[in-house]
Ligand binder design. Structure first.
Ligand SMILES: Nc1ncnc2c1ncn2[C@@H]1O[C@H](COP(=O)(O)OP(=O)(O)O)[C@@H](O)[C@H]1O
Ligand SMILES: [Mg+2]
Length: 248
């Protein structure tokens, strides 16, 4: 356990609240009355097997999938009917699975795209902040994005999202396909960022062990439903829950 994790009793007021959210694709019900929240300075890990509904949850929060029921609110504002393009300006950033970058643009050009339409601008200060956080991106700022390694690409898409100065960051499987050492490096940075900047993070991961090592709370989805909700330390310490739902 890392010492910087705060006890549950210190839980802050949530900035993102999802209540009884349901969504699907035609006859497929992918989310069934899911509730969760994310508070400033905290990481909420959303865990579960392939097909559990994790990506659908993030896509529904960011307006890419239309909910069939429930409510989403960001800093007290109802997000129902708000279009995806307007969300960065309201403080919501979504890093989808797959680390999509514009391969023929430079690292810095990719970063600048993150500030379009958002609360922040790609100011020298904003860029410096990202380069301080991810020095490897500073080293490669004028290089084309397609030469980056998987870990560097992951840093680039996170950095791009941070340039919009979000209150809430949704991250979909950032560890997928990366070496454990790189995952540890990215997760350590994420933990420090959350602690220092008071960002609220919803971290979707199949890699439960790594995610829970930096998370404050854990929510396990199974077939679109929340089956477990605990603070992260409790979830890790409970052998039965861990074996039953997390596979480690
Ligand atoms: N675009 C889609 N069209 C139809 N079904 C989908 C689509 N995307 C996901 N699904 C289905 O929704 C369920 C949840 O998928 P998803 O949210 O991608 O899960 P996870 O991210 O946890 O792997 C699965 O049954 C999946 O097959
Ligand atoms: Mg997914």
């Amino acid at each position: 356990m890392r010492p910087c994790r705060r006890p549950t009793s210190a839980r802050r007021w949530p900035v993102l609240t999802v209540e009884n959210l349901s969504a699907g694709y035609g006859p497929v019900r992918a989310l069934d009355s899911v509730s969760l929240s994310a508070a400033p300075g905290e990481i909420t890990a959303v865990l579960g097997a392939n097909g559990a509904g994790k990506t659908t949850l993030l896509r529904t929060i960011s307006g890419l999938v239309r909910p069939s029921g429930g409510r989403i609110s960001l800093a007290g504002r109802d997000l129902t009917g708000v279009s995806t393009e307007d969300l960065p300006a309201l403080g919501l950033a979504h890093v989808p699975e797959g680390r999509g970058v514009l391969a023929e643009l430079t690292v810095e050009e990719n970063l600048r795209l993150g500030a379009l339409g958002a609360r922040g601008r790609a100011t020298a200060d904003g860029l410096r902040r990202i380069y301080d956080l991810f020095p490897v991106l500073a080293d490669r700022r004028n290089g084309l994005a397609h030469v980056l390694s998987g870990g560097e690409r992951q840093m680039l898409v996170i950095g791009r999202a941070l340039l919009s100065r979000p209150k809430v960051l949704l991250l979909d499987e950032p560890s997928l396909g990366l070496a454990p050492r790189i995952v540890a490096q990215i997760f350590d940075l994420l933990r420090a960022l959350v602690r220092d900047d008071g960002l609220a993070v919803v971290l979707v991961e199949q890699n439960a062990r790594s995610a829970l090592s930096i998370a404050d709370h854990g929510v396990v989805l199974n077939l679109g439903e929340v089956v477990v909700r605990r603070d992260a330390a409790t979830l890790v310490a409970d052998d039965d829950l861990r074996h039953a739902y997390l596979g480690f």
